[in-house]
Write a protein that binds this ligand. Structure first.
Ligand SMILES: Cc1ncc(COP(=O)(O)O)c(C=O)c1O
Length: 392
């Protein structure tokens, strides 16, 4: 008889390098695998489980929805969707929202909106600027936006996307012109290695897109839903973008994504130009409304800022004992630890010690824990890091 790892190799397409572990229980920030081993989770399903595991309010709303209408399609009005769209508008750009199921889909929608809007202004206004080292998803449009050649090389190119170096204002000035339909930007590059945008670069994107009547589109898929200590990452900056996209944490693991456009760009997509069968259905929006209410609370967001600052401070303090820690960066509970030793090796050793972390490009440890993580769990994580770092 095949064990679950062998069965997975046989039946599940190998698009991921998976750990031979399966989780059977979760409580707050702790997961238990099928052998009974416990893990402190600093990955949260890749920045998704913002309220951790087994949150009582989410369990209760899911139980309620299980007995109600789960799905009706977007051919009818959906009360939970309307309520969520209103919350998003009031907390962000005061425009309108399109609902979908993932980050890639949210970016596809934003790309279509930007190009369609551009072409109505001038037929040649269809160029999109994206950042080198960015990540926007794996579907073809989102993949084309992704500024990492290694992900794109085997697939078709849309031909209208240019990549510029992140945080390089001169290169941006040279690239944006009257043919630019939009500039896509992450306020902290997540998959790219936890690289925060500088305030000057953010302002330059805003000024140049305004000057050339292009859209400034912020991909909040990873930085959104409280991750950086504000509801959305752009809210640390002084100016607003035209469009935001989000997904990941919004329904704590039930798939949802959205694109929100400010009023001046909110009516570009009309019936027949874009759609999603599942997008924003009654079940997922009931969960997302609950998550939104909890996370957007001022005290909750302040706690993310405080815990993020504590975690970053404790990690930085480790660098006096371990010289291979080159930098600790990020914001809120989105933290990158740059190492001069193999981050993959550190990740594996942490896992052995019951700590789940992620590594990027073999040089950065990415920490994106549930936002409900306690100070005690942060101390526990630091203690495991010390054990692992001593063993290197
Ligand atoms: C910034 C950013 N955009 C888009 C995506 C793609 O999201 P999804 O995997 O939900 O399609 C990701 C996923 O990691 C992301 O980090």
């Amino acid at each position: 008889m095949m064990n679950f790892v062998e069965k997975s190799s046989r039946y599940v397409m190998r698009t991921y390098a998976r750990q031979p572990i399966t989780f059977v229980k979760g409580r707050e920030c702790t997961l238990t695998d099928s052998t009974g081993k416990q893990y402190l989770d600093l990955l949260s399903g890749i920045a998704v489980n913002v309220l951790g595991y087994g949150h009582p309010k989410l369990a209760s709303v899911c139980r309620k929805m299980a007995k109600s209408v789960w799905h009706t399609s977007n051919l009818f009005e959906i009360e939970g969707q309307i309520a969520l769209a209103e919350k998003i508008a009031k907390n962000t750009l005061d425009g309108k929202t399109f609902f979908c199921n993932s980050g890639a889909e949210a970016n596809e929608a934003a790309l279509k909106l930007a190009v369609k809007r551009g072409k109505t202004i001038a037929p040649e206004k269809d160029e999109v600027i994206s950042m080198i080292n960015s990540f926007h998803g794996r579907t073809l449009g989102a993949l084309n936006l992704t500024g990492q050649e290694k992900y794109r090389k085997d697939f078709p190119s849309l031909g209208n996307i240019r990549y510029v170096p992140f945080n390089d204002i001169k290169a941006l000035e040279a690239a944006v012109n009257s043919r630019t339909a939009a500039v896509f930007l992450e306020v902290i590059q997540g998959e790219g290695g936890i690289n925060p945008v500088t305030a000057d670069y953010y302002s330059a994107v805003r000024a140049l897109t305004k000057k050339h009547n292009a859209l400034m589109i912020i991909d909040e898929v990873q930085t959104g839903v409280g991750r950086t200590g504000t509801m959305f990452g752009y809210q640390h900056q002084s100016e607003m973008p035209d469009v935001i996209t989000a997904a990941k944490g919004l329904a704590n693991g039930i798939p949802i994504g959205f694109m929100h456009a400010a009023p001046h760009a909110a009516d570009v997509l009309t019936p027949g130009t874009h759609a999603s069968t599942f997008g924003g259905n009654p079940f997922v929006t009931a969960v997302a409304n609950t998550v939104f209410d909890i996370v957007s609370d001022k005290a909750f967001l302040k706690s993310v800022q405080d815990k993020g600052a504590l975690f970053a401070k404790e990690l930085s303090a480790l660098s006096s004992s371990f010289s291979f820690i080159k930098e600790v960066r990020g914001r809120g509970l989105m933290i990158g630890v740059e190492l001069s030793v193999s981050a993959d090796n550190v990740k594996t050793k942490c896992l052995e010690q019951g700590l789940i972390v992620n590594s990027i490009h073999d040089s950065v440890i990415r920490l994106i824990p549930p936002l409900i993580i306690s100070e005690r769990d942060i101390e526990r994580a630091i203690s495991i890091f010390k054990t692992v770092f001593r063993s290197l």
